[in-house]
Design a protein around this ligand. Structure first.
Ligand code: 3HC
Length: 285
């Protein structure tokens, strides 16, 4: 019988996504290296996630010992050379092609050659970065949803040269950390969920921009008429307006279709620095 791979994970990028992914895996027994260039970001990730998990203990949803063991399993570091020995490495840095390229190159230099390298990008397919890693057969998209501690879905996306064994291992890894994987068998802009979500968001932006409805009423309609847990504007604030704009701009660049062009109502806010929840002001924040 083949031996189970060690439960070791590195997450590079400690923003809202990377931080929660690290703690989600730790809750499921993974020893995690959480890496960021910025020590203050690591500090925030550890503090915020510590609070979230301890709140689960207070609510009786998590054992106190289990919680403390999970928190102790996450090693925060600014040094990427520590990722050697990890069986899975997930990149979760800014949604910017050049930033991801540079980070994936550094990951590939430091990770074991047979480590799975997953990029958490929602719009940049892993095949775009094949030249940047030593072993493209071990590279693919592993796309989480915000907030990763809560959202169940993870999209696993096969790249052009991803090996079958890599896809299988990534699907197993996602299940192993308590999430539900779906496999996207061929790369396409936006994969599944974002492709559907961002078209709906575009329609919401158009309705408000055209003066047909207020931001508040649009959210109310979607919550109450469609049963979404959040309206599109609340959700845009949660995701980050800069991230929403980058996703749409990438859609336009990749497909040439006008339906993805970021609308003025969004871009104006991003230019002003109103980025949603993370900046303290957005559509609904
Ligand atoms: N981080 C971690 N946990 C959070 C959280 C956050 N930001 N916000 C809420 N939670 C937790 C709470 O602690 C609570 O946990 P508990 O059940 O263990 O006590 C639980 O979620 C429910 O929270 P609340 O009762 O405060 O609030 P809601 O019931 O309204 O749930 C929500 C909050 C889970 C965020 C819910 O509104 C929701 O599901 N919203 C939709 C989120 C969504 O669509 N995400 C996908 C975005 S697209 C994306 O990420 C793709 C990317 O590529 C852009």
């Amino acid at each position: 019988m083949s031996k189970a791979p060690p439960k070791t994970l590195a997450v590079v990028g400690a923003g809202a996504m990377g931080g929660q992914i690290a703690f989600q895996a730790a809750l499921h027994g993974y020893d995690v290296h959480l890496v960021s260039r910025k020590p203050e970001r690591l500090q925030t990730a550890c503090t915020d996630n510590g609070e979230l998990l301890r709140r689960r203990v207070e609510k009786g949803k998590l054992g106190a010992e289990e919680c403390e063991a999970a928190l102790a399993r996450v090693q925060a570091s600014t040094d990427l050379s520590h990722i050697g020995g990890c069986s899975v490495v997930l990149e979760s840095v800014a949604e910017d092609r050049e930033v991801k390229r540079e980070v994936l190159q550094r990951i590939s230099e430091n990770a074991d050659v047979d480590a799975i390298i997953g990029t958490n990008s929602s719009t940049l397919s892993s095949s775009l970065f094949e030249q940047d890693v030593r072993n493209p057969q071990r590279l693919l998209n592993v796309h989480f949803f915000n907030p990763p501690l809560v959202m169940q879905l993870v999209e696993v996306v096969r790249g052009e040269h991803t090996a079958d064994a890599t896809v299988e291992a990534a699907m197993r890894f996602v299940s192993d950390i308590g999430k539900t994987p779906v496999l996207v068998t061929k790369e396409t802009y936006g994969f599944i969920a974002n492709r559907i979500l961002f078209i709906a968001m575009q329609e919401a932006f158009r309705l408000v921009q055209g003066g047909f409805v207020t931001v508040e009423d649009c959210d109310l309609a979607v919550r109450n008429g469609l049963g979404w847990p959040m309206g599109p504007f609340e959700l845009a604030d949660l995701v980050g307006l800069d991230v929403v704009e980058a996703i749409l701009a990438e859609g336009h660049a990749q497909t040439g279709e006008d339906r993805w062009t970021p609308p003025a109502i969004l871009s104006e806010r991003v230019r002003r620095g109103d980025l949603g929840k993370k900046s303290g002001s957005g559509f609904r924040t």
